[in-house]
Design a protein around this ligand. Structure first.
Ligand SMILES: [Zn+2]
Ligand SMILES: [Zn+2]
Length: 241
């Protein structure tokens, strides 16, 4: 059986994250086996969680450089804790917001989006916005964001575009409810607003999750009329999908 080549997986956690045990070399080998051309390891640096911001950045950089990998990070910010990380030390900064109020419903979705918008207005030291409708993953029925929330989503996407940042298509949720983060509807909106900078990632926390959903994620992008995603060689460039 021919294994199809996958263009990229730009959201992978290694054992530098508290919730993954994958060794970097094993990640590289797994990606090679799965024929993934471009990978970036993006470990957690969660500003408001002392268990998830223990990376010694210089050691981490050296480690990635040893394997000729770009230096990635998933920077989680609650918008409250002091932002005391020099993000210029990373080649790829995925901006994340992970805080969601319980019970998870449209109201907590709204609050999530409002906080995210506020965070983006105050901080632009990142490359891509991770999993925009993230709370949907944790809602009982994986309920989509309602139409009433699309005004604020529009504001977020417009700001993202004006800052020249990328939108991450996180494919972890495809196996959960058939759509990536963000959803088809949000991807359609992004396109209609002129958005074209897209990166893709599986959010793998174990070796077997590397590349999960990426093939389907790329199919979805093509169905929505996208022709490129961004990959990083020495510079960022558009790669045909
Ligand atoms: Zn995340
Ligand atoms: Zn992640």
């Amino acid at each position: 059986m021919r294994v199809r080549e996958l263009l990229a997986d730009y959201h992978i956690h290694s054992n530098y994250s508290p919730d993954s045990e994958s060794e970097i070399l094993d990640i590289i080998n797994a990606a090679r086996e799965k024929k993934i051309k471009h990978i970036i390891i993006t470990d957690h640096y969660e500003l408001a969680d002392e268990h998830a911001n223990t990376i010694d950045i210089d050691t981490y950089r050296k480690e990635m450089e040893r394997y000729s990998l770009p230096v990635g990070v998933e920077l989680g910010w609650d918008g409250v804790k002091e932002l005391n990380v020099d993000t210029k030390k990373f080649d790829y900064v995925l901006l994340s917001h992970h805080y969601v109020e319980e019970p998870i419903n449209q109201e907590s979705y709204r609050n999530y989006l409002l906080r995210l918008y506020d965070i983006m207005k105050r901080f632009d030291g990142y490359h891509a916005l991770a999993h925009l409708d993230f709370p949907r993953r944790y809602q009982n029925q994986n309920e989509p964001f309602s139409k009433e929330l699309f005004d604020i989503i529009t504001d977020i996407l417009k700001l993202l575009i004006s800052q020249g940042k990328s939108l991450e298509i996180n494919t972890a949720s495809i196996e959960l409810y058939g759509e990536p983060n963000p959803s088809f509807e949000i991807l359609r909106l992004y396109k209609s607003l002129g958005g074209r900078n897209i990166t893709i990632g599986s959010d793998a926390h174990s070796l077997n999750q590397i590349g999960r959903g990426v093939e389907r994620g790329i199919e979805i992008l093509k169905e929505l009329g996208y022709n490129y995603i961004l990959v990083l060689d020495t510079e960022w460039r558009e790669a045909k999908i």
